[in-house]
Design a protein around this ligand. Structure first.
Ligand SMILES: *[C@@H]1O[C@H](CO)[C@@H](O)[C@H](O)[C@H]1NC(C)=O
Ligand SMILES: *[C@@H]1O[C@H](CO)[C@@H](O)[C@H](O)[C@H]1NC(C)=O
Length: 399
């Protein structure tokens, strides 16, 4: 064999090793998914590397690449799209063109992206809002919010909450022809986190008279306490949302100081003074048997209280809605939760379902056995349409 041949082989093997992602048997179109995840992996690796070299923060690099996914504001034959601000927060508004004799449903949508990435202008969010407006004859508000690393908690939460409160004014609803009795919040991933958090906050807000009819949480992030749930153990390297990236997103939500990330990776960030919170995320009692199988519950390890004093946000219920007590959960509206089997966030979604049901809230839980994090946003897979159809039918019946 010539030297060229050997080099070719080495590059081939390394390349295959890089691309190789063992997907479970029930995943649809694994090769297409490998293609998608390899692109994602390359972009993420470039961003990690640029950070390592001190060129730019990982999230800034990712945001640069992802900005190519943005689409301009365009109306079509069925939906009029405009941009405005609600309480100084930029939002996109989708209003159906067809005439309506009655007031419409209103859906307030919050995009995902780990509190660091994403925009209502992304192609797939724009498309989802458009389709929702058209299919449900609803006014859809797709909100933006300030992102990390430039802004940390509670900026993200506050922007979303301020925009929602603006929308819930009687005169704003009148302007858009929205029925005050048929308003919901919805969001995916970090947006699902924010949706759950603002829904909780609204219950206790004496200034807001109009209440939500539903909340819809699509593979939401809900807790900061335990980074060692069975789903974190089972799929730490599932390419669409590896554990390392999820921990980075969480820590970046609170601070750019990497010491929080390190402590979270070792699951040693909760001070002993906060031990009482662990009962809210205790998977050994809150997860159904099926998801606990083969796992041993270890009592939590504790870290120093320095981090929690410096960055109290990670113990704040507005960042981790699963930490709310039952009294608060009781007041929540009818709920829809989507969880995916191959997702580190699977178990917190399921635990929230358990806790809401225990508190007497009516919940529809859609667990997608062949689903993975972000499935609603990956175009060209049947699973995207399936989840979207189930989601739309649920909204149609309940909103
Ligand atoms: C508008 O609605 C019609 C009827 O439902 C549909 O056939 C058409 O594809 C829609 N147009 C767009 C741009 O979605
Ligand atoms: C978690 O629940 C189990 C029972 O299922 C219990 O034995 C354990 O003490 C609980 N741990 C915490 C920290 O709440």
């Amino acid at each position: 064999m010539g030297k060229k041949m050997i080099l070719f082989l080495i590059v081939g093997v390394l390349g295959a090793y890089y691309i190789y992602t063992p997907f479970p048997d029930n995943i649809e179109k694994p090769w297409k998914l490998v293609w998608t995840t390899t692109n994602l992996k390359m972009v993420t690796d470039v961003a990690w590397f640029a950070e390592l070299l001190g060129i730019s923060h990982i999230m800034d690099t990712l945001n640069f690449f992802m900005s190519f996914l943005e689409v301009p504001i365009t109306s079509d034959e069925n939906v009029t799209v405009t941009e405005t601000t609600f309480n100084n927060v930029p939002v996109r508004v989708y209003v159906p063109n067809r005439k309506s004799e009655i007031l419409r449903r209103g859906l307030f949508y919050i995009h995902g992206g780990g509190w660091c990435l994403g925009d209502a202008a992304f192609f797939d969010y724009d498309l989802l809002s458009r389709r929702t407006a058209d299919r449900l004859d609803a006014v859809v508000i797709s909100t933006n919010y300030r992102l990390a690393p430039k802004y940390h908690f509670p900026s993200q939460f506050e922007d979303v909450y301020n925009a929602l409160r603006w929308f819930l004014h009687q005169d704003v609803l009148e302007k858009y022809g929205v029925d005050p009795e048929r308003i919901g919040v919805s969001g995916d991933s970090a947006g699902g986190n924010l949706a759950a958090a603002v829904a909780q906050q609204l219950i206790e807000d004496p200034d807001v008279k109009i209440k939500l009819k539903i909340q819809s949480l699509i593979y939401p992030a809900l807790q900061t306490l335990d980074m060692d749930l069975p789903s974190y153990r089972e799929y730490p390297n599932f390419p669409l949302l590896p554990r390392s990236l999820m921990v980075r997103f969480w820590s970046e939500y609170f601070t750019t100081d990497r010491s929080l990330e390190k402590a979270m990776l070792f699951n040693q960030h909760i001070p002993v003074e906060s031990s009482h919170l662990f009962k809210f995320v205790n998977w050994s009692s809150l997860l159904p048997e099926k998801f606990r199988k083969g796992h041993v519950y270890n009592n939590p390890t504790h870290g120093s209280s320095k981090l929690a004093k410096k960055y109290p946000g990670f113990l704040d219920v507005r960042a981790a809605p699963l930490l709310a007590d039952d009294n608060k959960l009781r007041g929540l509206p009818v709920t829809y939760v989507i969880t995916c089997q191959y997702d580190v966030l699977r178990d917190e979604g399921i635990m929230y379902v358990t806790r809401l049901r225990n508190a007497g809230v009516q919940v529809t839980h859609n667990h997608v056995e062949d689903g993975y994090h972000g499935a609603l946003s990956y175009n060209g897979f049947k699973i995207e349409y399936r989840i979207e159809n189930q989601y739309m039918s649920w909204l149609h019946e309940n909103l």
